[in-house]
Design a protein around this ligand. Structure first.
Ligand SMILES: C[S@@+](CC[C@H](N)C(=O)[O-])C[C@H]1O[C@@H](n2cnc3c(N)ncnc32)[C@H](O)[C@@H]1O
Length: 286
């Protein structure tokens, strides 16, 4: 019973997120590039990790960015390293369309994109990449161990795998009240999403897959989210609003009503919500 529920939730989540990124694609860059008011969003630390891995390779290296979205990381690599050969993979056709149009605007010839949804395999032969990156996408992969194993399979010896993902403490102050309410309205719900990882879990994923010199860094910052409205936009992007479809309409409305009241009480006198974010950056070498 529990297994069925878990499978159902995983399937639901995958298909919901697939549609969700198509829906949010047009506004994704605006939201991602939205500078938090104190301007120290820990997500951006990942770029430096990736750049240092690229600099350690001969200039004609090959790189794959998994869950590339609108190409934030893959386009950065392709533009900074013109001799490199870069691929970006994503399940969302619309996100890839935007990445492709940015490629054109940037006149880049050393990058291509593959539309593919990862289940347990990556669609590449073994030992063909020098670098594999994955920025803020692993949270959606239900079998993270298989995914990290696959990155190892497709890397050449000495290749680097760099992954940024959401840490255990990310946004707890605003997410815990949501889950509390959600279980109240849907007590039999089995939560399989568990997208966050601890530093130990991330290290173990890499070491079990055969990586050496694994380095996990946790970046935590108190981030000013802006108003409650700004937060709700992110809440929708996260896909959590999709869970409301498991509930009768009246319960969903009541839940969101209670949730917003709770969030309002957490806003400062200026109406802003300050939230602790945690991003884990893990790098390993094959
Ligand atoms: C938060 S976005 C990150 C995009 C980009 N890496 C960045 O840092 O801006 C997550 C991306 O993962 C992609 N994604 C989610 N599940 C996936 C799957 N199973 N296979 C391939 N891509 C997936 C989504 O379509 C989305 O573009």
């Amino acid at each position: 019973m529990k297994n069925n529920a878990m499978e159902l939730n995983s399937n639901y989540y995958q298909s919901y997120m697939k549609g969700n990124y198509d829906r949010v694609s047009k506004n994704y860059d605006d939201n991602m590039d939205y500078k938090w008011q104190n301007d120290n969003d820990p997500r951006y630390d990942f770029e430096n990790t990736v750049l240092s891995a690229c600099e350690a390779k001969p200039s004609n290296f090959s790189a794959l960015d998994v869950g590339t979205g609108t190409g934030r990381i893959s386009l950065m690599i392709a533009s900074k390293f013109p001799n490199a050969n870069v691929r970006g993979l994503d399940q969302s056709t619309q996100m890839i369309e935007i990445a492709k149009s940015k490629t054109k605007d940037m006149h880049l010839k050393n990058i291509s994109f593959d539309q593919y949804s990862i289940e347990t395999k990556l669609p590449y032969s073994e030992k063909i990449f020098d670098i594999v990156t994955c920025s803020l996408a692993m949270i959606y992969f239900t079998q993270k161990d298989k995914f990290i194993g696959e990155t190892n399979r497709i890397l050449k010896a000495g290749g680097f795998c760099c992954v940024s993902t959401i840490g255990n403490e990310d946004m707890n102050s605003v997410l815990e009240p949501f889950w509390e309410l959600y279980y109240k309205f849907n007590p039999s719900f089995v939560n399989t999403f568990n997208p966050r990882l601890s530093e130990e879990q991330s290290r173990k994923l890499f070491e079990d897959a055969g990586y050496s010199g694994v380095k996990v860094t946790s970046f935590k910052e108190n981030v000013i989210f802006g108003s409650l409205r700004d937060y709700m936009a992110l809440f929708n992007t996260y896909g959590l609003s999709g869970l409301l479809f498991f509930l009768p309409k009246s319960a969903a409305i009541q839940l969101m009503d209670e949730y917003q009241k709770k969030l309002e009480s957490m806003c400062g006198p200026d109406g802003n919500l300050v939230v602790l974010r945690e991003v884990l950056i893990t790098k390993g070498q094959k």
